[in-house]
Design a protein around this ligand. Sequence first.
Ligand code: GLY
Length: 323
Amino acid sequence: MTQPVIIGSERSEAGLPAGIEVLRRGGSALDAVEAAMRRCEDNLADHYVGTGGLPNARGQVELDASVMLGSDQRFGAVGAVRGYPNPISIARAVLERLPQHCLLVGEGAELFAAENGFERAELLTDEARRIWREQLQQTATAEGDAMGRSVEGENTGAVDGDRRYRESALALVRRLAPHEGPWGTINIIALDASGELCVGVSTSGYPFKYPGRVGDSAVPGAGNWCDLRAGGAACTGRGELSMRGGTARTIVDLLARGENPAEACRLALAQAATLPDDYRAELRALALTPDGRHGGAAGQQGSVYAVMTADSTRPELHPRVVL
Ligand code: GLY
């Protein structure tokens, strides 16, 4: 019997206790990832995932999420979903109930969620709206634009000032790219007692992104990859880089060649860092092997990831190696 373990990126501590509880009871890695991630998505203090996530440039919260299983590499994902608080569960439903597809986005993903009985909810909290408005106003000031008035067009169709609003939103997207620290996408990877491995990723994405932007969290090989022959890996941070670098897949390929998890993450991040990118921001990665070894890498000192085993009373923080 395999010793169960669950690991997660920064702020996954809100969910890991629920995940390890599932594993302790003999539950599956998929159930553990979903249970843990739902807690994170429901954490209103977290502005990078689920309800309370930061919105796109037009003030609409759009969520991406995915799950992948190691044994058969089944993958389910949703991108740019509005109005549903737990995209991880919709991603799981794609994996289990729509096996002819892997990824649904936008309206189609919302239709699928409605047809499968998921409840709609308002995702933009007062706090997230306040942060978004502050950012718009700062951009307006910096751009010398009449943004303050245009902001009133939030969440509407064509209104007076809409053209100017859109121009300002674009200016905002252009200006915002170099984000301090990692975006708080959440990665969770679980290994269950039967030896199954599952990787889950969930995010509200690039803060104030262009509407419809889908990031690496929904894209297999970029933000999520899992192969029971070698391990599972996931990324947080600037998803455009991990999409271009195939970073999660690269990490698992490195594990297959015998690298340890931390070094596999470090080498894959180093590879992504060679890509030309005017909007560079940090990328981080995590990996877990089928025999329970784990590691992580980041671009900054002091970065950590969280781990729980069946004996843990609380998440234990481990340092990530630095690029
Ligand atoms: N890594 C999350 C994103 O780029 O959306």
